[in-house]
Design a binder for this molecule. Structure first.
Ligand code: HEC
Ligand code: HEC
Length: 222
């Protein structure tokens, strides 16, 4: 199966427009710097990835360690949002607390976050596999139909039937390490990840068996 949703769009049209609107009022040097920062520089992104991120996420974003998410083929705008959320873990606007990532982000400028997000988004995604035959049916049911009696909507309604996600609103789940997906559903539930209200509500209504089953199921989606 192909992944039709790989995003190649520039993420910051707004700031270019804003710069254009006030262009006459600001000195040329500032304007040049502003527009350079808004355009992803993939070479710079790769430099950051290989020097800082690769040890955990892989040079191509296909991490082989289950606790570290795969970043390859994920939507660039989603990745950038996560980096910004880790960088302000106590903000009301969208907190995501993780001591490793928050620590790293402290030394990475906003421009570099854009470059590295675009670099990883453009890397080919290596699929994963489900491991637990016994829970596949439950996982598929939760993914495709939700849990109507507890008000849980189908995951596929937002994350797309193939799990590839819908840029730029809904991230890819397909092929992600199950352990990481389980950790995120727990983090939404216990409040260490507070950057999306619908996900907090959904995670609160799932049983542990459903969480484990749906995480294993999406790991095998391609
Ligand atoms: C020491 C290991 C380590 C390093 C180095 C590291 N990360 Fe992470 N990263 C993690 C872990 C662990 C998580 C999951 C944290 C959580 O549960 O929220 C994560 C999560 C992420 C996420 C969230 C992914 C998602 O699907 O929501 C992004 C984006 C990310 N890292 C990007 C980066 C970038 C870019 C760099 C380099 C600048 C980097 N990471 C360096 C370990 C690392
Ligand atoms: C109403 C739309 C919606 C539904 C339904 C939904 N999600 Fe999400 N989900 C989102 C959004 C939006 C995000 C990204 C939040 C953010 O920006 O950090 C997300 C993020 C996630 C993440 C984090 C991904 C990562 O890489 O860290 C997981 C895991 C997840 N959802 C699992 C599920 C599961 C499992 C279901 C079904 C039980 C589900 N979602 C149903 C909207 C939805």
């Amino acid at each position: 199966m192909k992944f039709p949703f790989l995003s190649k769009r520039p993420a910051c049209r707004g700031s270019i427009l804003a710069a254009a609107l006030i262009g006459l009022a600001i000195p040329a040097a500032v304007l040049a710097q502003g527009s350079a920062a808004a355009k992803p520089d993939l070479k710079r992104g790769q430099e950051i990835a290989s020097s800082i991120c690769a040890a955990c996420h892989g040079a191509d974003g296909n991490s082989t360690i289950a606790a570290n998410p795969k970043l390859s083929g994920q939507d660039a705008a989603y990745l950038l949002k996560q980096l910004n959320d880790y960088a302000r873990p106590t903000s009301d606007k969208g907190a995501r607390v993780n001591s490793i990532m928050t620590g790293i982000l402290g030394s990475i400028s906003e421009a570099d976050r854009l470059h590295v997000a675009a670099y990883y988004a453009g890397q080919p995604h290596k699929p994963g596999a489900a491991r637990n035959r016994d829970t596949l049916e439950l996982g598929q049911r939760v993914f495709r139909a939700g849990v109507p009696e507890r008000g849980v909507p189908a995951c596929s309604g937002c994350h797309s039937p193939s799990g590839a996600g819908i840029p730029s609103q809904y991230p890819r789940l397909a092929g992600q390490h199950a352990e990481y997906t389980i950790a995120q559903l727990k983090a939404f539930h216990d409040g260490t990840r507070r950057n999306n209200l619908p996900m907090t509500q959904i995670a609160a209504r799932l049983t542990e068996a459903e969480v484990n089953a749906v995480a294993d199921y999406v790991a095998g989606l391609r």
